[in-house]
Design a protein around this ligand. Structure first.
Ligand code: C2E
Ligand code: MG
Ligand code: MG
Ligand code: MG
Length: 292
C-alpha cells in the first residue's frame, strides 16, 4: 500500500509496467509500419546435401532493416509479432516474398531448388492457412512441390488433432512439411508418426556438442535412425565445423545448414552461390553481402 508522503514499491512497479507496456506498443507500431513500408527483407540460408555437397534448397529468414538501428534479427521481433497477432501479416509477407524470389531463381535457370519458409503456431491457428498458402502459390506461380513449410514441435502439438488435418491438406497440394528445432520440445516419437512430415531438422544445440559430448552424438544418431525409419529426410541445423560435418556424414545425416557452408544471404548472393555451385564448393564459404 502507498505510504502517505512516500512512493511505494507498488508505484515503482506500475511505473515500470507502464514503461514496458508503452515500449511494446511503440515497437508494435514501428513493426507495423516496417511491414507497410517495405523494411522487412528475407535472407536465405543454403541447405546442403551432405553426400554431394550441393545446395538443394534455401531457408527464408526474415530481417527488419530499420533505418536507424540497421538490420534487426528475427529473435528481436518475431516473439512480439506472435503476441500481437502481427505475425499473420508478417508471415504472409515472408511466404509471398520467398515464393516470388523462388520464381526469379527459376527464371534465371537455377533449379531444382526447394524454398523453406517458417510458419508460426499463430498462422496455423488462423484456420485459413491452407487457402492463404494456395493463394500465394497461385499469385506467384511458384510450384507447390518446391515449397517446404517449417513448424516447430510446440506449434505442431498445440492443437494436435486439427494440425494433422491442416498438414495433410497442405501436403495434398504437393507442399513439403518440416519439423524445426527438433529435440527442444516434446520430442515425442509418437507424434512424428501421426503428422505426415517430410523433413526433420535437428536443433543446433545437439549439433554444437556432437564432437565434444558422446551423449549428444548418441542422441543425434538415434534421431537420424528414427527419422529414416519413418521415411523422413534428416537435416542438421547450425553446423559450424568440419568436425561436426564429418560426424554427421558417418551417421548418415542427409542435409545440413550452417555457417560452415554459408550464413543466410541476400538473394543476389544466393544467385551467385548457386551459379558456381555446380563447379565446386570452394568458392563461397563467405560472401560479401552476408549478414553482418
Ligand atoms: P530457425 O528457423 O531455427 O532458423 C535457424 C536460425 O539459426 C537462423 O537464425 C540462422 O541464421 C541460424 N543459424 C544457421 N546456421 C547457423 C550456424 O552455423 N551458427 C549459428 N550461430 N546460427 C546459425 P535467425 O535468422 O536469427 O532466425 C531465428 C529464428 O527466428 C528462426 O529459427 C525462426 O524460428 C525465426 N524466424 C526467422 N524468420 C522467420 C519467419 O519468416 N517466420 C517465423 N514465424 N519465424 C521466423
Ligand atoms: Mg526454420
Ligand atoms: Mg531451427
Ligand atoms: Mg529456432
Amino acid at each position: 500500500r502507498a505510504k502517505a508522503g512516500g512512493r511505494s514499491r507498488f508505484d515503482f512497479y506500475t511505473e515500470d509496467l507502464t514503461r514496458s507496456a508503452r515500449l511494446r506498443v511503440e515497437t508494435e507500431r514501428r513493426l507495423r509500419c516496417a511491414l507497410a513500408d517495405g523494411q522487412l527483407v528475407a535472407h536465405y540460408q543454403p541447405q546442403v546435401e551432405i553426400a554431394t555437397g550441393r545446395v538443394v534448397g534455401v531457408e527464408a529468414l526474415v530481417r527488419w532493416r530499420d533505418p536507424q538501428r540497421g538490420l534487426i534479427p528475427p529473435g528481436e521481433f518475431i516473439p512480439l509479432a506472435e503476441e500481437t497477432g502481427l505475425i499473420g501479416a508478417l508471415g504472409d509477407w515472408v511466404l509471398h516474398e520467398a515464393c516470388r524470389q523462388g520464381v526469379l531463381w527459376m527464371e534465371v535457370g537455377i533449379a531444382p531448388l526447394v524454398v523453406a519458409v517458417n510458419l508460426s503456431a499463430h498462422q496455423l491457428r488462423q484456420g485459413d492457412i491452407v487457402e492463404s498458402v494456395a493463394r500465394v502459390l497461385r499469385q506467384t506461380g511458384f510450384p507447390a512441390e518446391r515449397l517446404e513449410l517449417e513448424l516447430t514441435e510446440s506449434a505442431l502439438m498445440e492443437r494436435e488433432g486439427d494440425t494433422v488435418g491442416v498438414l495433410d491438406r497442405l501436403r495434398e497440394q504437393g507442399i513439403m512439411m518440416a519439423v524445426d528445432d527438433f529435440g527442444t520440445g516434446y520430442s515425442s516419437f509418437a507424434y512424428l508418426r501421426r503428422f505426415h512430415l517430410d523433413v526433420l531438422k535437428i536443433d543446433k544445440r545437439f549439433i554444437d556438442e556432437i564432437d565434444q559430448q558422446p551423449d549428444a552424438r548418441t542422441i543425434v544418431d538415434a534421431i537420424i535412425a528414427m527419422g529414416h525409419a519413418l521415411g523422413l529426410k534428416v537435416l542438421a541445423e547450425g553446423v559450424e565445423t568440419q568436425a561436426q560435418l564429418d560426424i554427421l556424414r558417418t551417421q548418415g545425416c542427409d542435409l545440413f545448414q550452417g555457417y560452415l557452408r554459408s550464413r543466410p544471404l541476400e538473394p543476389d548472393a544466393v544467385t551467385s552461390l548457386l551459379r558456381t555451385d555446380g563447379r565446386g564448393r570452394s568458392l563461397v564459404l563467405r560472401v560479401a553481402t552476408e549478414d553482418r
